[in-house]
Design a protein around this ligand. Structure first.
Ligand code: SF4
Length: 255
């Protein structure tokens, strides 16, 4: 370790070693984890990885198996998206209110245990998004009985090359249609990602009416939830939330 390390670094590194030596249950009972997390910036990459893995194990004990946490820097549409589409379902009744056109983009790094669409976790799965498909979606959406567009996945916020191109046209040509999107990010994680300069995510978010947020957590699964798989997920009113600077749940759904 460098002699120029900040004061307190030795103590924190000792606590990392301690973390890996104690039982996980005793770690839950202590506040060491919380104190150590705050100071991750002074740890090496390897030590941080150890901590993240330990945290995931803790979460599995307390809350069941979890998805991977978002990784700043390497998780971006520009880096990950191949502009692939897993499926397109015109006139569906299950992905949001009313009759909707649902586009399932390919690729999702959250890898939730129990994911409802595991094949779409690969960014290479399915078929390339084409102009022909876009024209068809816009034509289907224009039907008077269609309420709007639903963007699912895979991860729409990491496929902004596809979703933004489509949603910009929907907003321009079909302004009465609603746009819903499902994401593995929590609202709070998305705000952090956007503050780090993710303009594409911010633009997509601004063009949405509703965001269903958060990863699927198997231990919180319920079949009674409207448009969600697990109770941690929220149906968020996007314009109201952006105005308020905090997530505002959409009225009309038991959450
Ligand atoms: S966020 Fe959704 S698509 Fe991604 S792994 Fe989780 S359940 Fe599957």
């Amino acid at each position: 370790m460098s002699s120029s390390a900040p004061a307190g670094t030795w103590a924190i590194r000792s606590s990392v070693l301690w973390c890996t030596g104690v039982t996980l249950k005793s770690l839950i009972a202590s506040s060491i984890w919380r104190r150590t997390r705050v100071s991750c910036s002074v740890l090496s990459r390897r030590e941080t990885t150890v901590l993240v893995r330990e945290k995931m194990k803790l979460q599995e004990i307390t809350d069941g198996p979890r998805s991977l946490p978002p990784v700043d820097g390497s998780w971006s549409s520009a880096r990950l998206s191949r502009s692939m589409v897993a499926d397109y379902k015109p006139f569906t009744f299950v992905d949001g209110p009313g009759v909707r056109c649902a586009l399932y983009v390919s690729g999702c790094p959250f890898r939730c245990v129990g994911c409802y669409n595991q094949v779409a976790q690969s960014f290479r799965y399915g078929n390339l998004y084409t102009q022909e498909l876009e024209d068809r979606i816009l034509e289907d959406l224009a039907k008077p009985y269609v309420a709007g567009l639903s963007l699912l996945g895979g991860e729409p916020l990491l496929n902004t090359s596809v979703c933004l191109q489509l949603v910009r046209k929907v907003r321009e040509r079909l302004p009465t249609k609603t746009v819903w999107a499902w994401t593995g990010y929590t609202w709070e994680q998305l705000q952090a990602s956007m503050s780090a300069g993710r303009e594409d995510q911010l633009e997509l978010l601004r063009r949405l009416d509703v965001l269903v947020d958060g990863p699927f957590i198997q231990s919180r699964y319920s079949s009674n939830l409207a448009f969600r798989g697990s109770s941690n997920q929220r149906i968020i009113d996007v314009p109201a939330s952006l105005d308020a600077g905090e997530p505002i749940k959409l009225v009309g759904y038991r959450q």
